[in-house]
Ligand binder design. Structure first.
Ligand SMILES: C[S@@+](CC[C@H](N)C(=O)[O-])C[C@H]1O[C@@H](n2cnc3c(N)ncnc32)[C@H](O)[C@@H]1O
Length: 197
């Protein structure tokens, strides 16, 4: 199926909670760009084998990426604010650690580890209202040598106005600033960033 965007969702209503926005979309059977073999190959290349190291997927939805990380040998946990997505994930992958958490606001000490060798975040960052605060929370969890993997559509400025699900260039710059190393994978307007503290 590859790289087709399924979801033309509008941006998050900043007056509401993330759960109030996302849970109804999952209940209405909205689905999103699949994690495919090409992305998996690049993630494997950057993250290496899990070897029991902790990994965290922020905004895990139904848990497909958490399952992939588990398969790579990571001790993987997924968090999401949407109970409907987690309910499906827990049915499909009963062996996985999938938890309800609003990553922007909830207490990070509720997570099972204080540091993660790998933090992933697919199709989430572009909808986060306060991106600097979000990035600061991610950095709290990443030790030196860790990896932050972000997947997002990025707005191509030659193609008119940005779509609601596309990251603006300024936000992409914010995302990629202040890391010791930044690698990028591009597939159309979908991009994955491998960011190292
Ligand atoms: C477009 S979906 C992507 C789901 C999954 N990452 C994937 O690649 O298919 C965005 C997900 O991020 C979750 N999300 C958004 N804001 C969040 C927050 N503040 N805390 C936790 N999860 C959040 C939503 O509930 C939703 O499941």
């Amino acid at each position: 199926m590859g790289w087709n965007v399924v979801d033309p969702a509008p941006s998050t209503d900043t007056a509401g909670t993330a759960e109030a926005y996302w849970d109804p979309l999952w209940r209405a059977d909205r689905r999103y760009r699949r994690f495919d073999e090409e992305e998996a190959k690049h993630l494997r290349h950057h993250a290496g084998p899990g070897r029991g190291r902790p990994a965290l997927d922020i905004g895990c939805g139904e848990g497909a990426l958490v399952q992939h990380l588990h398969g790579l040998g990571f001790q993987a946990v997924g968090v999401d604010c949407a109970p409907a997505a987690l309910a499906t994930g827990q049915l499909c992958y009963p062996h996985l650690d999938l938890r309800r958490m609003d990553f922007e606001h909830d207490d990070l000490t509720l997570l099972p580890h204080t540091a993660y060798a790998l933090v992933t975040c697919r199709l989430v960052y572009q909808w986060i209202p306060d991106k600097p605060a979000f990035l600061a929370r991610v950095r709290q969890l990443l030790p030196p040598g860790g990896l932050f993997w972000v997947g997002t559509s990025v707005h191509d400025q030659t193609r008119g106005a940005a779509q609601a699900w596309e990251l603006e260039a300024a936000d992409a710059e914010l995302l990629t600033t202040g890391w010791s190393r930044v690698d990028t994978m591009t597939a159309g307007n979908y991009r994955c960033f491998a960011l190292r503290p």
